[in-house]
Write a protein that binds this ligand. Structure first.
Ligand code: SF4
Length: 325
């Protein structure tokens, strides 16, 4: 049987690799104790609030990169809508929705690895317009040059999402067109410019528990403001379409999320893609660990919708509303 770290270490984020691995190996009959340990930190840093995020897919498909899980990649034959810019009408409607409902953040995803300065200026103009209403904005946007990152910062962009996705060792199994270290370097450059960082990963792509631990330890070093953890939704037409997801039990997912909370306790720990599939009926335990979720879908996959999301949060005894800045 695996030895569990003592509860006196409950607030110590400096778990060793072995202790972190032991947490992922927590026997299921000790899961509630682990959740209680994570919940203490969740309540300390985040109270009872759940941040709801709305995601707009501003640019879809035709990406030159070969990320195995992604429907927008050049090696995916998934049947998705492809466009260079979402309509301004849809983008600003989503932004108004975030403000009207006092949600936490508007996330804007753009497929692709590289952008021209002219494209970034177009995006900057849209950001300036959305910032007029005070929305907290995050862009998921591949690799920017430092000049481009400054252009978006000057336009008012608060945060950038750039996921590590998996461990350094496992990364070549899911992507061959860029490296893990390029991702880390990009995040460091953005942090140097004063950006808030959202960076997390995907669970269920065939990685080992050691890979999950190594990814989370890397994220502890980066110390991002938000850590989105996605649980693989295999998409037809992608190399991972038929990946066996039977290991993605709610128990395992909760252990991963609890470990993220213990390692980076003050971060927004987000249960992102897969929440509605893998955690159905587990919302109370889930929200005891995480304090952030999406309501509108995940780029090419649908989500739960705002009314149901709010109901789930309130039924579990949490609150969601924040004042927009
Ligand atoms: S995850 Fe991003 S970089 Fe990778 S294929 Fe999809 S859109 Fe391109």
């Amino acid at each position: 049987m695996t030895t569990q770290p003592k509860t006196t270490e409950a607030e110590n984020p400096y778990l060793t690799r072995e202790e972190a691995l032991a947490i992922l190996n927590t026997p299921d009959d000790q899961l509630d104790e682990l959740i209680a340990r994570a919940e203490k930190l969740r309540r300390k840093y985040k109270g009872d609030n759940v941040g709801i995020h709305i995601l707009t897919n501003a640019r879809s498909g035709n990406c030159s990169q070969d990320c195995a899980y992604c429907a927008q990649s050049c090696r995916s034959s998934a049947d998705i809508e492809k466009y260079k810019w979402v309509s301004d009408e849809k983008l600003y409607r989503d932004n108004d929705f975030v403000n009207k409902n006092h949600l936490a953040r508007h996330c804007i995803g753009l497929s692709g690895m590289k952008f021209t300065d002219a494209e970034i200026e177009e995006l900057a103009a849209k950001i300036r317009k959305m910032k007029e209403t005070g929305t907290h904005l995050c862009c998921s946007i591949g690799f920017l040059t430092e000049k481009q990152a400054r252009m978006l910062k000057e336009a008012g962009l608060d945060r950038i999402n750039h996921n590590l996705n998996s461990s350094r060792a496992f990364y070549p199994n899911i992507c061959s067109t860029h490296t893990f270290d390029q991702r880390v370097a990009n995040i460091k450059m953005l942090q140097g410019l004063g950006y808030e960082i959202c960076s997390g990963g995907i669970i269920g792509m065939g990685e080992s528990k050691e890979d999950v631990v190594d990814m989370l330890l890397e994220l502890r070093e980066i110390n991002p403001e938000a850590i989105p953890i996605n649980f693989l939704l295999p998409i037809e037409g992608t190399p991972l379409a038929h990946k066996d997801t039977s290991g993605l039990t709610p128990e395992y997912g909760l252990k991963v999320l609890a470990l993220a909370r213990l390692l980076v306790p003050q971060a927004d720990i987000r249960c992102a893609a897969g929440r509605e599939v893998y955690f159905k009926g587990e919302e109370k335990r889930l929200l005891s660990v995480v304090n952030s979720i999406f309501a509108s879908g995940y780029l090419t996959e649908d989500g739960q919708g705002i009314e149901d999301t709010i109901r789930v949060i309130e039924d579990a005894g949490f609150t969601y509303e924040i004042e927009s800045a």
